[in-house]
Ligand binder design. Structure first.
Ligand code: NAD
Length: 498
């Protein structure tokens, strides 16, 4: 059976006698490969390679780096289908959905291709007589990215193009559940002309993560995953003086006002809730029906949920694939049972769905729960599966209060015809990314991505201008080039401008 190896210093590392873990095909339920699990010595080797590569890469010109990124971007276009199939086979999402994540990740490469513009510093002429000031930013060194299973291409692409563009070298620790996309991307970078050691991949679990968090050669850590691990990573790495960005979990609400077009809203909420089987940090997991929107909304949501075609991610016509593991399916199906036990109405029940020819796959169907309250577990927990909970409230203010009381603050959406309501909503919610009649408001690459509260630990969102800031340190230079006639005695008082 094939074992997915680490990628260190521009080549696959020998697997040797390293520990390995199974990689499943979620559509068949079968183990299809193994993945190497890094020991601390593997992390040491990756950091050593990245440190060596940093010496030359940090001295490379902006145009040299930009050329590599342009070539890499083109290779992502040419290999989109192939990479999409690799992702689908290990994650379970449809090939089209996987292509969508590659496109959104590629947009970060496109942003990084504008490095010359987006990273330039400032200059102030004549701040004092004969004195100018300019600033510029320099790379940090070796930086690490630790990423979740649900976007094996896009989430790492939020990180490494910007880290590499700004002159850093990078070590990716992807999810052990779908590791192959990371190695494929490493090969594309090599083909694009990226020098060996600038982009490395170590696979593994907590042992690999801990080795990165405690390694004195790692300057910064970018993390995306669940909130408890985000808190752990933030605490461990900042206590060792590293710079950290740590994005956590989510519970995203879509509010529907009575003036909204219910067919339109239900259509978009259905896609936002069940797309990628709900395994998106921006998935809609709660529909908040305001006033008399509720009955009509639930009726259309029911119809739409029943229309979702569940099947293997590589079969034409599939809307929704399996969950990533058998454990994930069990968790989601128990949550539906628990909600029923706590008084919710199960309007559509996805439990026990069978896909012909794929009886051992990790499938569950879309579930729609009505009359869910903030006290129920199905509301409180991040289910990360195809379950949409409808909470009924009387007013927009109540909907806003519900969202603001939730510990997460990643994304939210409002469906309405009223500009006034939309403006009030976007100013009042304690959430980082907001959609108005847009269910999954993932910002473009030239804005930054990040939530509030437990959805982002620390203070640094990811990619866009915040990415440039995160992966660089500023310097400010104050300069004087005096002509002999202008020589004046140095004063002993603190320097001020004149
Ligand atoms: P996860 O937290 O289990 O794993 C994320 C990474 O941390 C993986 O690389 C994993 O190997 C590592 N890890 C897991 N347990 C660890 C431990 N005990 N110690 C050290 N490292 C550990 O997350 P997941 O299940 O892969 O992904 C789903 C989660 O990610 C959801 O909570 C989802 O909301 C979140 N997510 C958030 C965003 C965002 O932008 N905020 C984006 C995508 C996913």
């Amino acid at each position: 059976m094939n074992t997915v190896p680490h990628w260190i210093d521009g080549a696959p590392a020998p697997v040797g006698d390293s520990l390995t873990a199974p990689v499943f095909n979620p559509a068949t339920g079968q183990e299809q490969a193994r993945v190497a699990l890094a020991a601390p010595s593997d992390v040491d080797a990756a950091v050593a390679a990245a440190s060596r590569a940093f010496e030359a890469w940090s001295e490379s010109s902006l145009s040299q780096r930009t050329q590599v990124l342009f070539a890499f971007r083109q290779l992502l276009v040419e290999h989109e289908e192939e990479l999409g199939r690799i992702i689908s086979a290990e994650h379970g999402k449809t090939v089209d959905d996987a292509r969508g994540e590659i496109t959104r990740g590629r947009e970060v490469v496109e942003y990084a291709c504008g490095l010359g513009d987006v990273s330039k510093g400032g200059f102030s002429d004549q701040v004092s007589r004969g004195v100018d000031v300019h600033n510029f930013r320099q790379p940090l060194g070796v930086v690490a990215g630790i990423t979740p299973f649900n976007f094996p291409a896009m989430v790492p692409l939020w990180m490494h193009p910007i880290a590499i563009a700004t002159g850093n070298t990078f070590i990716l620790k992807p999810s052990e559940r779908d590791p192959s996309a990371a190695n494929f991307v490493a090969e594309l970078y090599k083909k694009a002309g990226l020098p060996d050691g600038v982009f490395n991949v170590v696979h593994g679990d907590k042992t690999a993560v801990d080795a990165l968090l405690t390694h004195s050669g790692v300057e910064a850590v970018s993390f995306v995953g669940s909130t408890p691990i985000a808190k752990y990573v933030h605490e461990q790495a900042t206590s060792r003086g590293k710079r950290v960005q740590a994005l956590g979990g989510a519970k995203n609400h879509a509010v529907v006002l009575p003036d909204a077009d219910l067919e339109f809203a239900a259509n978009h909420i259905t896609a936002g809730a069940y797309g990628s089987a709900g395994e998106r940090c921006m998935a809609v997991s709660v529909a908040v029906a305001v006033g008399d929107a509720a009955d009509g909304l639930v009726e259309v949501l029911k119809r739409k949920a029943e229309e979702v075609r569940v099947g293997p991610g590589d079969a034409p016509g599939t809307d929704m694939g399996p969950l990533v593991t058998a454990a994930a399916r069990k968790r989601v199906e128990s949550a539906v049972a628990g909600a029923a036990g706590q008084g919710a109405t199960v309007v559509v029940d996805g439990r026990g769905v069978k896909v012909e020819g794929h009886e051992d796959g990790f499938f569950t169907g879309p579930s729609l729960l009505d009359h869910v309250t903030a006290e129920m577990d199905a509301y409180k927990e991040e289910l990360f599966g195809p379950v949409l909970a409808v909470v009924r409230v009387d007013t927009l203010d109540e909907a806003i209060a519900l969202i603001n009381a939730n510990p997460y603050g990643n994304g939210t959406a409002l469906f309405t015809d009223s500009g006034e309501a939309a403006r009030r909503f976007q100013r009042a919610v304690k959430v980082g990314m907001i959609g108005v009649n847009v269910p999954v408001p993932v910002p473009m690459s030239y804005y930054s991505f990040g939530g509030w509260k437990d959805s982002l630990i620390g203070d640094s969102p990811i990619h866009g201008p915040e990415g440039i800031r995160f992966y660089t340190r500023p310097k400010v230079v104050t300069t004087r080039w005096p002509r002999p006639a202008q020589h004046v005695a140095a004063g002993f008082t603190f320097p001020t401008s004149n």
